[in-house]
Design a protein around this ligand. Structure first.
Ligand SMILES: N[C@@H](CCC(=O)N[C@@H](CS)C(=O)NCC(=O)O)C(=O)O
Length: 207
């Protein structure tokens, strides 16, 4: 019997990316919705993710936390879905996955609370330089391209498109035609649409 795969998530969270990835992978999984607050900080859940955050997955005895790591893990464990390029062709794939986690995420979070490294000294010390430098780099990477890391859709597109979609939806990232053109075909993928529909149902049920 195949190992059980559990996704710990909340429909209004970064868990949507892991959820989308599971739908792309086409593997059977069970979802455990965690509520913000005490539920995510219960001893049982802290044993899964000591950060008390979602998403996390448990696959048999293997636990993976951190969205980027979950995407990489699922792409490798379910290779038939072709969500990662072959190992020898992964330079762009790794680069952009880590760029979202290491540069885009902090750039957007800091901007959302009104802070940006705004002196040359700070920009040397902060890995993402500045919000503007990070977003210009993203814009150049996706300009006129359908896929960021291969000649087909990969986990790197899922991560980058989710980041841009979420950031523009909440008004943190400015809407640029190149960003909108890049995300449009990705967020319209059947797996993404299924996740958006399931999330809407879960949110309606909870309210
Ligand atoms: N670095 C983590 C961030 C996860 C994260 O911050 N998740 C938020 C929801 S989007 C969360 O669980 N917050 C609950 C809390 O911190 O109590 C990742 O990329 O997976």
């Amino acid at each position: 019997m195949a190992d059980e795969l559990v996704l710990y998530t909340n429909p209004q969270s970064r868990g949507a990316m892991a959820h989308w990835m599971l739908e792309e992978a086409g593997c059977p999984y069970r979802m455990e919705v965690k509520q913000f607050g005490p539920d995510m900080k219960s001893p049982d859940y802290l044993a899964v993710n000591p950060m008390g955050k979602v998403p996390a997955i448990r696959h048999g005895n293997t636990v993976v936390t951190e969205t980027g790591a979950i995407l990489c893990y699922l792409a490798d464990v379910f290779p038939a879905a072709k969500l990662a390029p072959p190992p020898a062709e992964r330079s762009g794939y790794y680069r952009w996955l880590f760029f979202v986690a290491g540069c885009c995420e902090p750039a957007m979070s800091n901007k959302s609370v009104g802070w940006n490294p705004d002196t040359p000294e700070l920009q040397v010390r902060f890995g993402y330089g500045s919000y503007e430098r990070t977003m210009e780099t993203v814009a150049k990477a996706i300009e006129g391209r359908r896929y960021i890391a291969a000649d087909h859709f990969t986990a790197a597109d899922l991560y980058m498109a989710s980041f841009l979609h979420w950031g523009m939806m909440f008004g943190i990232i400015e809407k640029r035609p190149a960003f909108e053109a890049y995300i449009a075909p990705h967020i319209a993928r059947p797996a993404s649409v299924r996740v958006q529909e399931q999330a809407a149902k879960l949110i309606a049920k909870a309210s």
